[in-house]
Write a protein that binds this ligand. Structure first.
Ligand code: SF4
Ligand code: SF4
Ligand code: FES
Length: 319
């Protein structure tokens, strides 16, 4: 049998991680090399279907000869690298990142592994003091660079603010936002190319915003919901989930997830229907799908209500 190569085989590079000799294909990142070895490496702004933006720095590792710690999620492996993923410097850095985030942002709905990392690195957000009471409604949306004043140490500044509920599809609770940029990437060049949201402000006033801070209905948003699909903290949430959480009826232990194909067009996106009590409560898409890598359009993401219209006059199907 003859073999046909569709791409040149990749050269294997050798490096050392925590004293182990490791071989990975050329082009692999340090994160991929660590994961190949089963080394649990925290990530917040990284996602397989997005371009790394290196903003959270929780994934940092120490590379011999490098002055600063390097982000594992984007740094490519080089031949002969000597890497430490668990040095005192790495642990201290990861701990600080987690503490600073958790002291200012509500992480209660972040993935369980985030809470596991907090515990593992002994992050203690409480050491910055009690959270400062929230300021005026939407004060953060009006903030200009330099408005943040250094605390006297008695309380921790937070990004607490009211949830933005301005449409029937999804809500934005930026008191849960860690500024990971994933939603901006998904709205921009990595998926939707709509550019409805971006980072506004600087320093502690930095926040995700529409142009001129208009509501979503007046923005360029096309409601693809790809931002919700990548948000790691629940800052962006389906309105259906938000309402059910408010009514205390949201219960993931009673939900099933069924993968199917979107019925609307020929692109063939995979849909994951999350169903509770025989009702679809939200729709996601698997990241490893060849066609769309987890991204959908408004029809696939939100156009499921017709499935739930079960009442009304009986219809006779004609042959
Ligand atoms: S809203 Fe979510 S996805 Fe967007 S920057 Fe904040 S945490 Fe990240
Ligand atoms: S989600 Fe949108 S693009 Fe994908 S198959 Fe459905 S209608 Fe087509
Ligand atoms: S996960 Fe690597 S910088 Fe955020």
């Amino acid at each position: 049998m003859s073999l046909t190569f569709v791409a040149a085989p990749k050269r294997l590079l050798t490096l050392s991680i925590d004293g182990r000799t490791v071989k990975v294909p050329e082009g692999a990142t340090l994160l991929e090399a660590c994961r190949q070895q089963g080394i649990d490496t925290p990530t917040l702004c990284y996602l397989e279907n997005l371009t790394p933006v290196n903003v959270c720095r929780v994934c940092v590792v120490e590379v011999q000869g490098s002055r600063t710690l390097v982000p594992a999620c984007s740094r490519k492996v080089e031949e002969g690298m000597v890497v430490s993923s668990n040095s005192e410097r790495v642990r201290a850095s990861r701990k600080s990142v987690l503490e600073l985030l958790a002291s200012s942002v509500d992480l209660s709905l972040a993935a369980p592994e985030v809470h596991g990392w907090m515990e593992h690195y002994e992050a203690d957000p409480g050491r910055f003091g009690e959270p400062t009471p929230p300021g005026d409604d939407n004060a953060r949306d009006r903030a200009r660079p330099g408005e943040h004043h250094i605390s006297d140490g008695s309380s921790a500044a937070t990004v607490a603010q009211p949830t933005k509920v301005d449409n029937d599809t999804y809500v934005r609770d930026y008191s849960r936002c860690i500024l990971c940029y994933k939603c901006v990437e998904a709205c921009g060049v990595d998926a939707q190319n709509t550019f409805a949201i971006a980072v506004a402000g600087r320093g502690f006033e930095a926040r995700i915003s529409t142009e001129f801070d208009v509501g979503l209905p007046d923005s360029a948003c096309v409601y693809c919901g790809n931002c919700i699909g990548v948000c790691p903290t629940g800052a962006l949430m389906f309105k259906s989930e938000y309402d059910m959480r408010a009514a205390r009826t949201w219960d993931e232990s009673r939900q099933t997830v069924t993968t199917t194909i979107c019925p609307y067009c020929g692109v063939g996106c995979n849909l994951e229907l999350h169903v509770q009590d025989n009702e679809i409560v939200k729709v996601t898409s698997p990241l490893d799908h060849d066609v769309t890598q987890g991204h959908l359009c408004v029809k696939g993401r939100f156009g499921y209500q017709f499935v739930q219209q079960r009442g009304g006059p009986e219809r006779t199907l004609r042959p």
